[in-house]
Every structure is written in C-alpha cells, then in structure tokens.
Design a protein around this ligand. Structure first.
Ligand code: MOS
Length: 732
C-alpha cells in the first residue's frame, strides 16, 4: 500500500502538533550516537570482506595532455601486486549526484594535475601504495593548459541559469543617494569531510555490491551502473554511516568505479580508499569566485538597484557553475536588477557542490556589500536589511512562504546586545586588540525532492523504517525515528530506522538541505497510512486516533497496539513528490548572524570571540541535531572568513596545500562559544511536515558577519578572502 502525495498546495493540517508522544522537535539523542562514539558504527573502510585486496589510485603528474603508455612490467614483479588497471570506463571526476548516468571519461586524456589515471591493486595497502608511487607512466604533454580563471585570454561562458537584467541598474547607480560598487574574491574550498572517500567492491556473478561513502544512493547506483555498462538492478550500494559529505560524496567517484572494475577482473573484493591528498585532488572543489556587487539606495536606505555579477570556473565540458547569485534574486528589494554568472574553463580539479553551493560565498559578499552600504548611508546595518525585505519576490512577482527574516534580525540583535555596538569603526580597544561587532543575513533556497520510505508496525508493537536515505552526520536516524514515533505513538527505542541500502525504497538522499524534509515526509505519509489502518480496527477516523507509548486511547480506555494487531503486522510505503508549490510561492530559509571579533593590531591575528545565529527553517524536527548543523555551518563560516583557501600553482594548476596541515579548517581553539537560536515555524507550503532544510543555512553569510566585525574593529574592508593575518597586518 503506497501513500503518494504531490506537493501542489499548502498543507494546513498541523498533525505533528496534535500528537501525544512528543518526540518531534525535541532534542532526542541520535540512535546512532552510541555506536559512533564507541567505534561500533561501521564506515565503509571498516567492512571486512573475505580475501579483500587494496587498490591505490595513481594521479596524473602532468596537467594537460594524454597518457601515452603505462609500463606495468616493473610493478607487476613487486611483492603482492595483483594488477594495474587503466580502463576506458574510468571517471576523470566524480559525478554531481543527481544524474542518472555518469559520464565515462576514460584515462587517456588528461585535464588536470592529479586526475586519476590508473589503479594499482595489491594484497596489502602498503604494497599497492608503493607500486602506485613507482608506476611508470609516459605522457604526451600539451601546453594548452589554462590555470588562471582571471587570465586575460580565457574563454568565458555566460550561464543562462540565474541571469537577470531588469530595469536600468546603471541609471539607478547614478541617481542613488548612496551606492556601493565593489569587487570581492573568494578562494576555492575543499569539503574536508572527516571520513575520506572509500569504496569496497565485491561481485557475486554479475551482481555488484559496493560499500561506499555516498550521499545519494539511488543516483549513485544509476551512475555506477551506467559507467560500468551494467543494469542498475545488478548494483547494490550500502552506506549505513557516512562520515560527512558536504557535497563531495553526492556523486559516484573514481574510487568506486575503479574498485568495481578491478574486483571484477580479479574476482576478489577490492577496497579503494583515497588518501587525504587524493580527496583534495580528485573530489569536488568549490570554485573560487570574483564577484562584483553593486547596490544603489535612496536617502532612507531603500534599495533601487542590485547588481551581482560573478566569475567562477570549472573544467572543460563540466556543466556545474557555482550559482553564487542564488539568494540575491529573492532576498532584497530593488527595482533595477542585474545578475549573471560567467564560467571560466580552467585545468583545475573539478568544481562542484560544496555545502550551500551558491549562497555560501554569494551571501558572504552580498552581506559585505550591505554592510558597506549601511556605513556610507549612516543607517544601522540591521535596520538597512529590515527596510529592504520585499513584499513579494522582486523578480518572479510571487509571494513568499514562511519567512521570519525580520524576526531573526530583531531577535538576534536583542540577544547579542547589538545596541551596545559603536557604529564608528576602530573605537573599541583592549590593549593591542581592536574589538568590533558585525552582523549579516542568512538565506538559502529550500527544496523538496521525491522520496520513498517503507514503515512496518510489527506485531510486537515495534516499528521499522526502511529507506535508502543516508545519514551523513546530519541526524537522519534521529529525525525519522522521531516522526514515526510520534505518528505511531512509540517511544524512540521502539522504532528502528534502517538506512543506506539501495534494496530499500528510493529516497531523496542527502544533499541541498532537502534530506530531512523529503525523507521525513515519506515516513510521515507511510505512518499516516498505518494510522488509518489502526483507526479502522478501532472503528474511528484517523483524526480521532490517540496513540501514546504503544497504546491507543479510545473512550477513556487504553488498548495496547500489540493486542490490537493480534499477530498481524501493518506495512505501508510513503511517497512524497514535489509539486508546483515551488512555483507558486518563494520558499527559502532565513536567519541572522552576529559576531564579535578581536583583531590584534601588532600581529594581525583575528579571534572570533562570540558568535550568534538565529535561524528560521520551518518546523524544527530535532532541536539538537538542527542546532548542531548550524554550529557546523558557522564554524565553517569562521574558516571561510579567516583561513580556508585552496592554493593553486598558476604554472600547472595543481593544489599546493592538499592536506589538512596546510588547508586550514578551524580547530577548537579558533571557535568560541557559538549560540544558535531556532525560530520554530510551520511552513505549510514546504512539505507535509511543515519543515524546511537547515543543513546548509548556517554557512550562508556567516563569514560576512566576521569580516563586517573586522571592519567595525579596524576600519578596514577585507574583500579578498580569507582575511589572513598577513593581509590584516598590511591593511591596518
Ligand atoms: Mo550538498 S553541497 O548538496 O551535499
């Protein structure tokens, strides 16, 4: 029995608010938490398989050209070495994760330094790594590589997506009482998930089982099947636990395809794990960007024009272009609007989705520019934003669904003590330290994706959820357990959530912050169907059903579900399908960041002292995991503001700092006490459970609050990210 629901109208029934179990919205502990902290949650590398051997990918040592030949003879004589594979079915890059097919790109042509060109397999990892190091590859070099996205002669492609030219921005700028016209630069970023990418491939006849670290299994299965030239039904992917993804595990990647090819040839399970340096080389980078922002306003701060024109980069033939203007389209008013994204073709590692593609760096610089406009107009930065919250979408002319931006700004200002800020920069000093306070708006588009789940209420009164959804550290195990627990009147320990297996119904996967709403809705729908069956047994309507702690309450009497089921399990499948609510209303999530920094006037060091985020993402399904997502986004915001930067060698495009010693993510000592306050809302347009995505919201502008605070501290604008101490010391 499948309960299918298409999201074509707002769902006003707040059923989750009328239930008795009280799990949804609470900070229930993760069911997987104990397994993870005690080392019993099995990540892909940790699976043992009989006769497992190890493959190590070989990286190209040239940037552009071709592989002429590979001399295997020497390594094949080395101890333990079983084979060298350089197959036409290899991928040069990961796929993007929402594709049903993966481009098969082979290993002959080389597009960037670090591209995987061969796999060496040996009995042990050490033997394979040694052989991979000395494998002799002969190249035909070409010198047509382009490594600088801002080079003069570079081919630039204007993207259709996100292009807007409305009204006359030049005129708005020339007639404005106040305006800003600045260029900002953000560097490339790496996802830096804790768990490196790993796949173990094992064949049984023509059936492939892949234990991998992936975010979107139904797509990954199709992509893998497509690249191998086999049927999707012959592929099973298992990913019960995923140690972070942030976009880098959205699509099937070279390690999975190469492991599958070698495992087939050798008829043994093959494990391919990327070393941290290979994660930097071979998985998605966030594109660096050059962004020009123009803002024009009248003497009361009301925007008359917004311009946001960006240059990003990617490899030749790659479709993805970081959509940096994504939130600029709908966030603020302003009649004249000019936005565009240009894509430069460069021979750098593949650019793709990294947490909050678009907004993470687009909101960052838009919110810098808003701070600049507030300063030149003499209007308080919080007030300036409130004055420019539009009535309806300024480009599409449609209304907004839930949007508590005004409230987030006010609540944040109150909680942070914004009124104590000195509007004049450089006024607060503690010895060598210059102290400043800054803020920024958060905004991120909201999406709902097709998703299915099966729920079975067993005769013993326990429930089991099965879906090929993943939990990439976000809390999926918890929130699905909570939804089913509330719907069926069961405590959390009576619900078992099973994820990460393509044998289960196809889910949305984890990406674009849509996982919780989409998979949560499918569980909600399945449980609604089971509730109807229970109500039928009691001869009442589902609406009248009161379930708690494994029992139904009927006319003052308590009937246990076990008795009611009388040995028969109830099962249903829920299927959510996105409809046209996304066209009828503008759906997004919002918030506000506040930061206090201390900038050392002698060393240029910046310390973030306090940080607050207030967020609106519809119904909060689990206050603890939602808060943790926001912490993570804001911690990354500290990295974007101050330290994180992929450094490319402009001679050959290779990433110079391709490990966590040289690519500086914030560590404990960099992160102050962060406060997160969630505005628990109900957005009836967004999903049947009135929730929206929160996973990426915490990063979408967070860095701007920090650099705006640095301006307040020092009077210096930092438009070239990250604001490392060498730049700070030179500027102050
Ligand atoms: Mo996300 S960058 O869609 O995992």
């Amino acid at each position: 029995m499948t309960a299918k629901f298409e999201m074509n109208q707002p769902v006003a029934d707040l059923k989750l608010d009328r239930l008795q179990q009280g799990l949804v919205g609470s900070g229930m502990d993760r069911p997987d938490g104990k397994l993870k902290v005690t080392g019993r949650a099995t990540y892909s590398h940790e699976w043992s398989a009989d006769g497992r051997v190890h493959g190590v990918l070989v990286r190209s040592r040239i940037a552009t050209g071709a592989v002429k030949d590979i001399d295997q003879a020497k390594v094949m004589e080395m101890p333990g070495v079983l084979g060298v594979y350089a197959d036409k079915r290899f991928l040069r890059n990961p796929a993007q994760g929402t594709a049903n097919e993966a481009p098969v790109q082979g290993v002959e042509d080389i597009y960037y330094l670090g591209q995987p060109i061969a796999l060496v397999v040996a009995e042990t990892f050490e033997q394979a790594r040694h052989a991979a190091e000395i494998l002799e590859v002969n190249y035909t070099r070409s010198d047509d590589g382009i490594f600088d996205p801002e080079a003069n002669n570079i081919a630039v492609e204007e993207q259709d997506a996100g292009k807007v030219d409305q009204g006359d921005l030049d005129q708005a700028m020339s007639e404005a009482a106040f305006c800003v016209d600045e260029i900002y630069r953000t560097p490339g970023h790496n996802s830096a998930a804790m768990e490196p990418h790993c796949s173990i491939a094992e064949w049984d006849g023509d059936k492939l089982t892949l234990r991998g670290s992936y975010q979107m299994l139904k797509y990954n299965r199709n992509e893998l099947a497509d690249s191998l030239g086999i049927k999707p039904e012959n592929v099973r992917i298992l990913a019960h636990y995923v140690g972070g993804g942030f976009g880098s595990k959205l699509g099937i990647a070279p390690e999975a395809v190469s492991a599958a090819i070698a495992a087939k040839e050798l008829d043994r399970p093959v494990c391919v794990t990327l070393a941290r340096q290979q994660v930097f080389d071979m998985t998605m980078r966030r594109s660096e960007s050059r962004q020009r922002i123009r803002l024009a306003c009248d003497d009361t701060g009301r925007l008359s024009g917004i311009g946001h024109e960006a240059l990003v980069s990617n490899l030749p033939d790659e479709a993805f272009a970081e959509p940096v203007t994504q939130a600029t389209h709908f966030l603020y008013a302003g009649a004249a609007r000019k936005m565009s994204v240009n894509l430069a073709r460069v021979n750098r590692t593949c650019a793709g989705s990294v947490r909050a593609p678009g907004e993470a760096i687009g909101m960052q610089v838009l919110e810098n520019a808003m701070d600049e406009l507030a300063y030149v107009s003499g209007i308080d930065p919080v007030e300036l934003r409130k004055r420019n919250i539009p009535e309806q979408d300024p480009e599409e002319g449609i209304p907004y669904s839930g949007r508590k931006l005004h409230e987030a700004l006010d609540e944040g200002a109150k909680r942070f003590g914004w009124d104590k800020r000195s509007a004049t920069p450089g006024k607060v000093r503690e010895g060598e330290w210059l102290i400043g306070i800054g803020m920024a708006t958060a905004a991120r588009v909201n999406m709902l994706m097709e998703s299915k789940a099966r729920v079975r209420l067993e005769a013993d009164g326990r429930a089991v959820i099965e879906t090929d959804m993943t939990d990439i550290g976000t809390g999926t195990y918890a929130i699905l357990t909570q939804i089913a627990g509330d719907m069926l009147g069961l405590s959390g320990d009576r619900v078992e959530t099973r994820l990460g297996d393509t044998d289960y119904p196809e889910a949305s996967g984890s990406g674009g912050s849509f996982g919780a709403s989409s998979s949560g809705s499918s569980v909600f729908l399945a449980c609604s169907e089971i509730r109807k069956k229970i109500a039928g047994k009691l001869d009442i309507e589902e609406d009248e059903l009161v379930l708690k702690d494994g029992s139904a309450e009927v006319e003052g009497k308590t009937v246990s579900l076990v008795d009611l089921l009388a040995g028969e399990a109830l099962e249903a499948e829920g299927h959510i399908v996105p409809g046209d609510t996304g066209d009828k209303v503008k759906q997004a999530t919002y918030g506000a960041y506040f930061a206090e920094v201390a900038v050392n006037s002698v060393t240029g060091e910046t310390r973030v002292r306090r940080m607050l985020g207030v967020f609106d993402a519809g119904r909060i399904l689990n206050s603890k995991t939602a808060t943790s997502q926001c912490y993570g986004g804001m911690v990354w915001g500290i990295g974007l503001a101050l330290t994180e930067e992929l450094l490319f060698d402009l001679r050959d495009g290779h990433i110079v700092n391709r490990d966590l010693a040289e690519y500086h993510v914030p560590v404990n000592l960099d992160v102050p006490q962060i406060d997160v306050h969630l505005l628990d809302e109900r957005d009836p347009w967004a999903s049947p459970i009135q929730s929206k995505g929160i996973g990426e919201l915490g990063i979408c502008g967070a860095a701007a609050a920090i650099t705006n605070a640095m301006f307040n501290a020092t009077g210096v604008r930092f438009r070239d990210y990250p604001a490392t101490l060498d730049k700070v010391i030179a500027a102050i």
